[in-house]
Ligand binder design. Structure first.
Ligand code: NAD
Length: 359
């Protein structure tokens, strides 16, 4: 495998912004998309970084995601809201929904926001980080309507999306963000592996005969190096993490973020007929200040988190980390040393740049 090329984050961001401007987005929206994608690379989640550029551009050109959309508040119940993303870019409509929830919870103590019909919202932890910056706890259940990729525990056929969950807890000087897909690996990690990135765990996928697989072709079928990877082309499935427990959590994400928000679940006739893939997100925002427990929460929570992290390392020299800390470390490293990208991925991005005429 060829060694990665290290690209300074600001250069990568400018290049991606230029691609989305050439593809038809306004400069501010293109800038947001670029910032969020590169932000995911900086956090170490390359699966949700610039690897997505070819796919995003193909979705834009097909009209499956729309530029320049403003999210619409469908129901405003004071402490809760239903917000429709109108098939706009997730990097535009999800921050609008999050801003609504953060503002209300900062005012009233709590807010629950059901976002539906958002284009791909990317790294969910980014939204928990926005809430953390406002001093709020947040919990986000997410599903991907129209994207059936994951087999349930004990099954072979796809039933769930990769349905991620994120929880942010604003402890003083030790903010925590738990953020993961309920599939054993996020789909983007299969994409990364297909471009020559990190190999998958041997049991990340399940082949149609029920055997474990780490071959991206199990999900994408055959592809040439520059092809957009289409999960519809493969016959196998991703596996849920954590056996029956992860599989159950994926089911709940589908029900809360998909059925309850009105955005639709991973499967079913309604999502297939739309020909679109969208994110639903049920977010709960809590303000410790309003609950009257802020001081106690911060003191006990911080002491407890420090105690957890003080557990003697199982492997000498390998720190016990808390959720969000690996991302913070990787961000610091990559801001200093650049974002490492496999050459094949850079070539795929440049191919798209040429197609849309980004000089
Ligand atoms: P992952 O398996 O890398 O797990 C990440 C989580 O585990 C983070 O909270 C991280 O801080 C924590 N963690 C990692 N290493 C740790 C360690 N050594 N000690 C303690 N904690 C540690 O994540 P993933 O499942 O590959 O998901 C990647 C990204 O994909 C997430 O940002 C998720 O939101 C995103 N995603 C988005 C969608 C979507 O539709 N928008 C779908 C699926 C996943």
């Amino acid at each position: 495998m060829e060694p990665p090329v290290h690209v300074p984050a600001h250069e990568l961001e400018a290049r991606v912004q230029a691609i989305f401007v050439a593809a038809g987005c306004a400069a501010d929206e293109a800038g947001r998309i670029a910032r969020e994608l590169v932000g995911a690379n900086l956090a170490g989640h390359d699966s949700h970084g610039v690897v997505r550029v070819p796919l995003y551009v193909s979705l834009l050109r097909a009209g499956h995601v729309l530029p320049g959309v403003t999210a619409e508040v469908v129901t405003d119940g004071g402490a809760f809201a239903v917000i429709d993303g109108g098939f706009g870019f997730g990097q535009t409509v999800a921050p609008q929904a999050v801003a609504f929830g953060v503002e209300r919870a900062s005012r009233d103590g709590i807010c629950i926001v059901a976002l539906r019909n958002a284009g791909h919202i990317g790294r969910v932890g980014a939204y928990a980080e926005t809430a953390l910056a406002a001093g709020l706890i947040s919990i986000h259940f997410v599903n991907v309507a129209g994207s059936v990729l994951v087999a349930p525990f004990g099954g072979v056929e796809r039933r769930f999306s990769t349905a991620p969950i994120a929880i942010g807890v604003p402890l003083p000087e030790r903010p925590l963000v738990l953020d993961f897909a309920t599939s054993l690996v996020a789909e983007g990690k299969v994409q990364m592996a297909s471009y020559g990135g990190k190999a998958l765990p041997s049991d990340a996928l399940v082949a149609p005969d029920g055997s474990a697989s780490d071959d991206p072709r199990t999900l994408y079928g055959d592809y040439a190096p520059g092809d957009v990877r289409l999960a519809g082309n493969g016959l196998g499935a991703l596996r849920a993490f954590g056996g029956h427990k992860g599989s159950g959590l994926a089911l709940m994400c589908e029900l809360l973020a998909g059925a309850f928000t009105g955005g639709g679940t991973s499967g079913g006739p309604e999502s297939g007929a739309r020909g679109r893939i969208t994110n639903g997100m049920l977010s709960i925002y809590l303000s410790p200040r309003h609950f009257g427990t802020q001081e106690e929460f911060e003191r006990t929570g911080r002491e407890y988190a420090d105690w957890v992290a003080s557990s003697r390392p199982a492997v000498d020299g390998v720190d016990v980390l808390l959720p969000g800390e690996p991302e913070a470390r990787t961000r610091a490293e990559r801001l200093a040393g650049g974002v490492p990208l496999p050459p094949a991925q850079l070539a795929a991005i440049e191919q798209v740049a040429a197609e849309v005429g980004a000089g």
